[in-house]
Design a protein around this ligand. Structure first.
Ligand code: PHE
Length: 342
């Protein structure tokens, strides 16, 4: 029996090498390890063997089965690889050629919302600074009052790279230092950008998402300017005036820090029936604050004369609210059925 098995193994392995298509693999696989395949048939005999034989033959046949299955897998991969390579060599695919379908006219919902946000802020004389996707540990953390030992680093665990630009930005705030150092006062900047965090992905968490931040450094700036800019942006976005409410909140680089909620624009007359705001009439939405003195020490701006505000929010969340999107993962998928709705 041992001999039979070894012979079968050798024959099968040799034959597998000669198979040329996926279908041949499937058929031959069935003929060997399928319900009445030749190896299966031999294995059926094991039960009639003596206890010692059962042990040796059992182990041998199991090893043989594993190596045969591996060989099938390997050959299948080889066939598939060759198919792809042949396709690549023989077919020309012009990625720049315009599509015949109507796909081209659909803007991604994030782009749509950003267009509207730019429009609002340009009316208020803000400049747009696109946030760098690759940052440095200093810009993304240390300069924002988050040294290596700060627990806030855990909240924004990210992907690290080699070299000087060694961090995938976790927040558009990583641009604050660059903007302050490269601009003349007063500063009104809006900073959109893609940011990255080490997250467990589910319907409301992504490792890649968009933030929009805005920073204002000017004389005589107060909380009304903060409220006004937020209300204007949300009013434009939802086509309806909204109320906002501030609550104290902690962020390492602001002092004081606030979390900002806005009144739900979807509650028609009864918020206890509204799912968008989860029956509360308020939607939690963004963070803001006055820049912390430790951060200011990094810049050369006189705090007696100028005031600073920074605000940041997650664009994906706002767009999910605006368009009633229930899963954040859609934003990253090349899913035309989703994209064509916008
Ligand atoms: N950068 C912060 C975050 O990503 C948000 C923030 C921006 C807070 C601006 C305060 C001021 O979590």
């Amino acid at each position: 029996m041992q001999q039979k098995l070894t012979q079968l193994k050798e024959e099968t392995l040799a034959k597998i090498k000669t198979l040329a298509t996926e279908q041949e693999i499937i058929d031959y696989r069935n003929a060997i390890v399928g319900k009445s395949g030749s190896l299966t048939e031999i294995l059926k005999w094991i039960k009639d063997l003596s206890v010692e034989d059962k042990q040796t033959i059992g182990k041998l046949s199991n090893d043989i089965k594993v190596s045969i299955l591996e060989a099938f897998e390997l050959r299948l991969n080889e066939i598939k690889k060759a198919e792809i390579e042949a396709k690549l060599a023989n077919e020309f695919f012009d990625v720049t050629s315009p599509s015949n379908e109507d796909n081209a006219v659909h803007k991604h919902p994030l782009t749509r919302a950003l267009d509207q946000i730019y429009n609002t802020f340009e009316r208020m004389w803000f400049k747009i600074y696109e946030s760098a996707e690759v940052s440095t540990e200093y810009l993304n953390f240390d300069s924002l009052n988050v040294p290596a030992t700060h627990p806030a680093r855990d909240m924004q665990d990210t992907f690290w790279l080699e070299g000087k630009w060694n961090v995938l930005a976790t927040q558009t705030s990583s641009m604050q230092n660059i903007i302050y150092k490269s601009s003349e006062l007063p500063i009104r900047a809006i900073v959109p950008g893609r940011v990255f965090r080490n997250e467990d992905i589910d319907a409301t968490h992504e490792n890649t998402f968009y933030q929009v931040e805005w920073v204002v450094v000017d004389k005589d700036i107060n909380i009304w300017h903060l409220k006004y800019t937020i209300k204007t942006m949300l009013g434009d976005l939802f086509g309806k005036e909204v109320e906002i409410r501030l609550r104290p909140w902690f962020f390492p680089f602001v002092e004081p820090g606030v979390e900002i909620d806005f009144s739900c624009p979807f509650c028609i007359d009864d918020w206890s029936k509204c799912r968008v705001c989860k029956w509360s009439s308020w939607i939690e939405f963004m963070w803001a604050g006055l820049i912390h003195p430790n951060v200011l020490r990094e810049w050369w701006i006189d705090p007696e004369v100028y005031s600073w505000f920074a605000f940041g929010f997650w664009l994906n969340r706002l767009v999910m609210i605006k368009y009633w999107i229930n899963d954040i993962r859609y934003f990253q998928q090349p899913n035309l059925a989703f994209l064509k709705q916008f």
